[in-house]
Write a protein that binds this ligand. Structure first.
Ligand SMILES: Cc1ncc(COP(=O)(O)O)c(C=O)c1O
Length: 450
């Protein structure tokens, strides 16, 4: 039997001292002190904090939608709200200088984290904007080369939608298929398919590094080579990959790469586009014009605390990756093993869990026969997960990713996506297994009585 959420919360109501034993990160402001919610063991990795304010919260297993800000990230950001609050572009005084210095440092750190140069980083409001800037920016600036675009059916809507819009404006679009359900590499793009789709007038190809629903990793280095042989540019949406797997823009060979802070325990509302500036330099039409910030690629006052937090978040992910990712893979495997031993009719969506290098460590996507995913979600009070892509839930529809795998509508509708992250524990997995199994059994019983 798994513990109930209430039995998981063991006491800690007040402040836990920072000295010795497990450390608790606390933040202080003039008005109040609060526990920011994670403990650190001696190795520096965070564990779930059993504190009273989690008592009513379900266990968060939706780390592909977003992640909780790491307390260490918050701590790095705080001074930039109230102390170092200058505009990074107003360098006629110390406030601006300090802000600019913080941005410069963050830019250098982020660039180093992905193998790029500082001047190749364009800060944006997030990966949606980065994708739009990359795709629309290239098409508006370089369309003399051709007007053929290539992407994949399983891309995020933040890629598919701008490409669809360009399609309505006269660009020709090829949507590539992926390996189908049943294959151990379900969701993977076959590079030969891309090779066949490319034409002399192909301007841009956009392929994501890691999928946000089924965690499949695409062979981007091979894809980049194929694109470049035909003179096409490659944009890569690496939103789910950066911070979770090693990412090096030069080794991957991409020309443009999008990523965002809120998937890596950083703040929401800040992202970046890496733009190749040499051999060859990629030219882009800015999508937001104004003061000419970010090398003219993206105007607007920089979000200094967000950028500082972004850099800190990425640095922590890179530092902790060798321990964090194997731990998440273990939790993920235990979650799947637990669900399949508790329940019949559970099937894995996406690539095999067994083969390394095919799937993000923290990703699990499963369908539960005879159960509606939405009903499942509504009945699961202990666990926060999503059915399909929460990033696109402003416009809920059955997952286009699972459909692209060739899954029947019922299997798509009965799917749940689990995203395990830094703050999840073994105990969380036990609760999730028990909770999902209980609700699935209950719903199946109800539907068999109907
Ligand atoms: C693969 C992928 N691309 C883009 C986005 C959009 O990112 P943002 O929320 O930073 O705009 C998301 C998630 O939201 C995503 O998972």
């Amino acid at each position: 039997m798994a513990a109930s959420p209430a039995s998981l919360v063991s006491g800690a109501l007040g402040h836990v001292p920072i000295v010795g034993g497990p450390k608790v990160a606390t933040q202080q402001s003039a008005a109040f002190t609060f526990i920011v919610g994670a403990t650190y063991n001696e190795g520096g990795s965070a564990e779930r904090l059993s504190s009273a304010w989690h008592m009513a919260d379900p266990i968060y297993l939706d780390n592909h939608a977003t992640t909780r800000v790491d307390p260490r990230v918050l701590e790095a950001m705080l001074p930039y709200f109230t102390e170092i609050y200058g505009n990074a572009a107003s360098t006629s005084h110390g406030f601006g200088h300090e802000a600019k210095e913080a941005v410069d440092n963050a830019r250098a750190e982020i660039a180093a984290g992905i193998g790029g140069k500082p001047r190749e980083i364009v800060f944006t409001s997030g990966a949606t904007e980065s994708n739009n800037l990359a795709i629309r920016g290239v098409c508006e600036r370089q369309n003399r080369r051709g007007n053929h675009l290539v992407t994949v059916r399983t891309e995020h809507r933040a890629v598919l939608d701008p490409i669809e819009r360009l399609g309505r404006r006269g660009f020709e679009v090829t949507l590539l298929e992926v390996e189908q359900a049943g294959s151990s590499r379900a969701g993977r793009l076959d590079p030969d398919q891309l090779r066949q789709a490319l034409r002399d007038d192909t301007l841009l190809v956009s392929v994501m590094l890691a999928n946000n629903e089924i965690g499949i990793l695409q062979p981007i280095a091979e894809i980049a080579e194929i694109c470049h042989q035909r003179g096409a540019l490659l944009h890569c949406d690496a939103t789910q990959a950066v911070g979770r797997i090693p990412v090096d823009v030069l080794a991957l060979g991409v020309d443009l790469m999008s990523f965002t802070a809120h998937k890596i325990y950083g703040p929401k509302g800040v992202g970046a586009l890496w733009v190749r500036r040499s051999s060859p330099a990629v030219r882009l039409e800015p999508q937001i014009a104004g003061g000419g910030h970010e090398g003219g690629f993206r105007s607007g006052t920089l979000n200094v605390p967000g950028i500082v937090g972004f850099a800190k978040a990425l640095a922590l992910c890179i530092e902790e990756m060798p321990r964090e990712q194997p731990r998440l893979a273990e939790l993920r495997d235990r979650l799947f093993a637990g669900l399949t031993s508790e329940l019949d009719g559970v099937s894995l969506n996406g690539p095999s869990l067994e083969q390394d290098g095919l799937r993000l460590a923290g990703n699990l996507n499963v369908s539960f026969e005879y159960v509606d995913g939405e009903a499942l979600l509504m009945n699961m009070q202990d666990v926060a997960v999503s059915s399909g892509s929460a990033c696109t839930s402003a416009n809920p529809e059955p997952s286009h990713v699972l459909r692209a795998l060739g899954l029947a509508d019922e299997a798509v509708r009965s799917s749940l996506r689990f995203g395990l992250g830094r703050f999840n524990t073994d105990e969380d997995v036990s609760v999730a297994i028990a909770s999902v199994a209980e609700v699935v059994r209950r719903l199946r019983k109800l539907s068999s009585m109907a």
